[in-house]
Design a protein around this ligand. Structure first.
Ligand code: ADP
Length: 399
């Protein structure tokens, strides 16, 4: 069975075509800068990448191009679109929808009804779905939500201590994000240590350009660091993470900022970029810190401290932890970050082999724990697309 996974952003569209019988990706790529002078990169294993500047005015154009590339006599990997059995869409916000599901008109209408609480990621996901529906009508399509893994959180974790009526009226609550990644790596970690997920307390640190940490007890999320939007929790590339909410109203008054302008400050001008003044990219901030830039060093220290704080609080919430794991761009690659987070955590039973942490292979599951560490510390590369393809396959197979 061949499954196309589509991840539509506001000006980008990523795709991967999986051959689920062979358990592999047969083509993948990225359309960037849609609507503003676009470019496409199309990759096939073992073959040279195809890159081109293209004219894509919207997501409809992008999907049409993806299908042309996949079926192109020279660049393609399938003879016709009919070979695609189903499509899995990454949808950042599922609202009340708590598991992956077929996209019916009703589901689509519901997703349209919640764009108000998901203004950045909702509209592009809907555009991606509509574009696929236009050119592949009748093809099974599944939505996999970033929020659904977190739907097991109890009210004491997901409610804000605001007047309850705002939860009732506007569904203002914590939803959590990156759930597809947290679910994938938690399952992988359990398989790696050969124990049932249901027997484990796991803390999953997804640290990338956007970052979140999740506490998974017996396979169920009991708390996560992102909230109503992906803004809450850790400082990120350009997002502030948690701040005293009164800082926001204070700055709006002092700087005469509109809500949109304030959102822009919190989302695009803060985090690593805002503190360091150097970059939102961990590699660049790390290089600047190495070269002696004090604010870059401060930004890194703040990220490490916030990560420790959240890990500590989740250990307290779960009364222990069996596995602490790192994933995503920073978690998988930044050895110094992992070392700094895990240092001085021996009181909590966390100790890594620092030498191995500096030399362990990239791109595979590894165990960093020092001998005698009560907690297993792992690096588990994430694969959200595979999780989306797997959910799509399971739904299609069972219907
Ligand atoms: P996204 O949230 O956009 O999916 P990623 O998970 O790809 O982001 O993570 C991007 C982050 O990972 C960037 O800050 C980047 O600097 C960092 N990163 C990637 N490779 C390395 C590396 N080798 N060392 C340190 N940081 C890295």
């Amino acid at each position: 069975m061949k499954i196309l996974v589509v991840n539509a952003g506001s000006s980008s569209l990523k795709y991967q075509l999986f051959d689920m019988d062979e358990n592999k990706v047969i083509a993948k790529g990225l359309c960037e800068k849609i609507g503003i002078g676009a470019a496409v990169t199309h990759k096939r294993p073992g073959k040279p990448d195809y890159k081109a500047d293209v004219d894509l005015k919207d997501h409809d154009d992008a999907i049409a191009l993806v299908l042309r590339l996949l079926t192109d006599p020279e660049l393609g990997v399938i003879a016709s679109v009919n070979e695609i059995d189903a499509i899995g869409h990454r949808v950042a916000h599922g609202g009340k929808l708590q598991s992956s599901m077929f996209i019916t008109d009703e589901v689509l209408h519901y997703l349209e009804s919640i764009v108000g609480i998901n203004p950045l990621h909702g509209p592009p996901a809907i555009k991606g779905i509509n574009a696929c529906r236009k050119v592949m009508p009748g093809k099974p399509m599944v939505a996999v939500f970033d929020t659904s893994f977190h739907s097991t959180m109890p009210p004491k974790s997901y409610l804000y201590a605001l007047p309850y009526e705002y939860y009732e009226k506007y569904k203002v609550r914590r939803y959590g994000f990156h759930g597809t990644s947290h679910r994938y790596v938690a399952n992988q970690a359990a398989a790696f240590v050969r124990k049932p997920l249901e027997s484990l307390k796991i803390i999953t640190c997804h640290c990338g350009n956007g970052s979140s940490i999740t506490a998974v007890n017996a396979g169920k999320v009991i708390d996560t660091s992102m909230g109503f939007t992906p803004q809450e929790g850790l400082p990120m590339g350009t997002r502030s993470g948690s701040v005293d909410p009164t800082v926001v109203t204070y700055l709006m008054r002092e700087e005469n900022l509109t809500p949109d302008q304030m959102d822009d400050v919190l989302n695009k001008k803060s985090g690593l970029l805002g503190v360091s003044g150097v970059s939102s990219d961990m590699r660049e901030v790390g290089a600047a810190a190495q070269a002696g830039n004090e604010r870059a060093k401060l930004a890194l220290d703040m990220l490490v401290q916030s990560t420790k704080k959240i890990i500590g609080s989740y250990i307290a919430e779960m009364n222990g932890v069996d596995i602490l794991l790192f994933t995503a761009g920073i978690g998988e690659n930044d050895r110094d970050f992992r070392q700094a987070v895990c240092r001085n955590m021996d009181y909590l039973g966390i100790a890594i082999d620092e030498k191995y942490n500096q030399s362990c292979p990239r791109g595979e599951n590894v165990d960093l724990s020092a001998p005698g560490s009560k907690v297993k510390v792992l690096v588990i590369p994430t694969d959200e697309e595979l999780m989306i393809a797997t959910d799509t396959l399971n739904l299609v197979k069972n219907n």
